[in-house]
Design a protein around this ligand. Structure first.
Ligand code: C2E
Ligand code: CA
Ligand code: CA
Length: 666
């Protein structure tokens, strides 16, 4: 997979939850801070004001008590209740003597003042009991010499202070604070219970509740949207890994999962990547329509999937190609398992026998690239050939070397043609009787700038595949025509030179005209050019072949059938096509076991060809015995290493120019 594609997928898959989590907590923090600061400010404001007020009321109560005591007419019941009635916040008043005993109280529950006052009296020489008492009360607030209440700097400690004096039983919202006020003569104190029921506290609580609701709504919203995001994320992940055609796992999933499985491969478990192709899928679609074609792919997918074992995976690749990752123990076992798989798949579509081919690439290390392995498996299948009987091919390293070479050839071929790296070599043909030069075959050689001398079997098949052979054959024909023209102009009685015409040419209807045009450019008589066709051309456009051969012969060219007897030759081609020359393939003269039979066939083929009025050329002749045998059989010409190997034009010219030779044409 390309890097850009991988990045794009990563971006799609990325769960973008973290930024929102961070954002959420940040928002929460900000809200809490605002709330906290607001509440604290309000608390500070309210409490300090209440404390001031409370203290003032307490001082008034103390003064009142003091005055009455001084006048000896203490009417606490009336005066104090009156006082308490006029000031809303004061709920209870108690008077203690210096021993901490209650002198008078309006009721209520108050802190254990005995201990507090004991501590006060324990301090000798203190004329400011409040300081000490209040310091013991955690230094919440300070009363100076002038009985002024000063709020302490530390607000938080105030909470502790409030806790000390808190009395939940009496208040719903707010809290009670007890104040201790000295009486001038030092005999008693007044404690004033003040309830901080403030409107502010209510407001504060209201704001807090509102803020809490806001936070709750916000949190809920956040949780819902996060869940939604996760759901859509899961959905999009599913889509990323889903093959729309089969509804199963797609290629991306296959490569990821395979890579993961391969990485975990132990010594015991071996994996192989499989490329499986249904042959002639396009024909199937043409016959039954695209919908049926898609249905077939889906059926195949599930039929294959059914056969997978634990820790194996597969996916549809494209068209009718599937990729599989299978566990295996040895090649034989894997091959038989795949055979079984093919047999099952062949019957997937009722009444139609489907055909499959498989390429296998064994995984050799845990970090192997799955795509590469798959390509190797595909390459193995391709190299095996479409027509191969065996439908399972195992990849080997030679295959990939061959593929690299093919790429190089394809990269270099155009440049090679322009730079004249292709050269014409001529292999002479000799007569059997006098053993004189009777013709030659033009064979191409590639003088590659870095690879050196490259024989045709290393590039011709590649050119035949990619169509470049058309250009190369034209080049060879033109070079031969040019050479013949030159030799004729130099007064040399030239021999016919044959050029190979690949079967790829027989798709163009004007092939004969095209050949004439090239040759006529050099005004060369057509009879000094021979055209070699292979029998395989019969498998293609037969009509074009027949009409082209006729036109070529009519315009004076000699046309020969090359490699007769090689591959699947059929005598039928001789029946349908009138040709001038039959070139008997070198294979008849090879092998020791079948040599005798080969010779027998050659004898009969020669006699047959003679009856059909054809000349005979035997190819690949390497020994004297072969030459003698062919002479006995009245074969016309011999081409082979026994006489000469293909050679450059200059060498051919040097060896054969103005040498006496046999007239074979005509
Ligand atoms: P071919 O047309 O059958 O050419 C004959 C091949 O047999 C040549 O191989 C030649 O060198 C080889 N040969 C000749 N005598 C002997 C012999 O005594 N012993 C052995 N072992 N081999 C012998 P070459 O030149 O390597 O060419 C191979 C094939 O490449 C040719 O087979 C032909 O099919 C193709 N080819 C070569 N040049 C061209 C071309 O210009 N165009 C096309 N289309 N094909 C070409
Ligand atoms: Ca040939
Ligand atoms: Ca041949």
């Amino acid at each position: 997979m390309g890097r850009i594609k991988e990045k794009r997928i990563k971006r799609l898959k990325k769960i973008r939850i973290w930024p929102s989590v961070v954002g959420f907590f940040f928002m929460l923090l900000v809200l809490c801070m605002i709330m906290g600061v607001g509440v604290l400010a309000l608390l500070y404001e309210t409490v300090s004001r209440k404390l001031m007020e409370g203290y003032e009321y307490s001082v008034k109560a103390a003064t009142l008590y003091e005055k009455q005591i001084a006048q000896g007419e203490f009417d606490a019941e009336n005066r104090f209740y009156l006082y308490m009635d006029t000031i809303d916040e004061i709920k209870e008043v108690s008077v203690f003597n210096t021993e901490g005993n209650e002198a008078w109280s309006s009721g209520g529950i108050y802190p254990d003042m005995e201990n507090v006052l004991e501590d006060v009296t324990l301090l000798p020489g203190s004329n400011s009991t409040f300081d000490i008492i209040l310091e013991q009360m955690d230094g919440i607030f300070h009363i100076d010499e002038d009985h002024q209440l000063m709020p302490n700097a530390s607000m938080f400690q105030k909470v502790d202070f409030l806790k000390v004096f808190l009395d939940d039983s009496k208040t719903v919202v707010g809290f009670d604070i007890w104040f201790l006020v000295p009486i001038e003569n030092g005999t008693a104190c007044v404690l004033n219970e003040l309830s901080v029921f403030g409107y502010e506290i209510k407001m504060m609580l209201l704001i807090m509740v509102a803020l809490l609701i806001m936070v709750a709504v916000f949190t809920l919203h956040y949780i819902i949207s996060t869940i939604r995001m996760l759901i859509s994320q899961t959905r999009s992940n599913k889509i990323i890994y889903m093959d729309m055609l089969t509804g199963g796992d797609n290629w991306l999933y296959f490569t990821k999962k395979s890579a993961k499985l391969i990485r975990k491969t132990g010594v015991k478990r071996k994996y192989a990547v499989i490329h499986l192709r249904m042959k002639k899928y396009r024909s199937f679609c043409t016959c039954f329509g695209i919908n049926k074609g898609e249905e077939l792919i889906e059926r195949l997918y599930y039929a294959i999937k059914k056969q997978l074992h634990h820790k194996e995976t597969m996916a549809h690749y494209e068209k009718a190609d599937f990729g599989l990752l299978l566990i295996y123990t040895d090649e034989l076992e894997l091959a038989s398992r795949l055979e079984g798989m093919i047999q099952t798949l062949e019957g997937v579509f009722p009444n139609i026998k489907l055909k499959f081919q498989i390429g296998v690439c064994e995984v050799d290390h845990p970090h192997a690239n799955v795509e590469e392995l798959y390509n190797n498996a595909l390459l193995a299948r391709e190299m095996h050939g479409d027509d191969a009987e065996q439908n399972i091919a195992f990849f080997n390293i030679e295959m990939s070397k061959q593929r690299i070479w093919e790429r190089k050839v394809e990269d270099d071929m155009e440049r090679a043609l322009q730079n004249k790296e292709f050269q014409v070599y001529l292999q002479p043909k000799f007569s059997t009787g006098e053993e004189l030069l009777g013709g030659a075959e033009a064979l191409v050689r590639w003088i590659h700038p870095t690879e050196g001398f490259v024989p045709p079997n290393k590039f011709i098949p590649i050119f035949e595949q990619n169509g470049f052979i058309l250009k190369l054959d034209d080049f060879m024909l033109e070079e031969v025509a040019k050479q013949q023209a030159k030799w004729i102009s130099e007064g040399w009685k030239v021999v016919p030179i044959s050029v190979n015409v690949s079967r790829a040419h027989f798709t163009r209807e004007d092939l004969a005209e095209h050949i004439c045009e090239i040759v006529d450019k050099y005004q060369v008589p057509h009879d000094v050019i021979e055209l070699e066709l292979t029998e395989s051309a019969f498998f293609d456009e037969k009509e074009i072949l027949l009409s082209t051969v006729k036109k070529l012969r009519d315009s004076g060219f000699t046309v020969s059938m090359d490699d007769f007897g090689a591959g699947y030759s059929s005598l039928n081609s001789l029946k349908e096509l009138s040709l001038d020359v039959l070139k008997i393939d070198a294979d008849f003269f090879r092998g020791s076991d079948s040599l005798e039979r080969g010779m027998l066939i050659v004898t009969e083929v020669i006699s047959l060809a003679k009856k059909l009025n054809m000349k005979i050329v035997a190819e690949g002749i390497e020994s004297r015995e072969q030459v003698d045998f062919l002479r006995e059989q009245e074969c016309d010409l011999i081409q082979g290493y026994y006489f000469a190997k293909p050679m450059p034009l200059t060498e051919f010219e040097k060896n054969y120019k103005n040498v006496e030779r046999e007239e074979i044409n005509g």
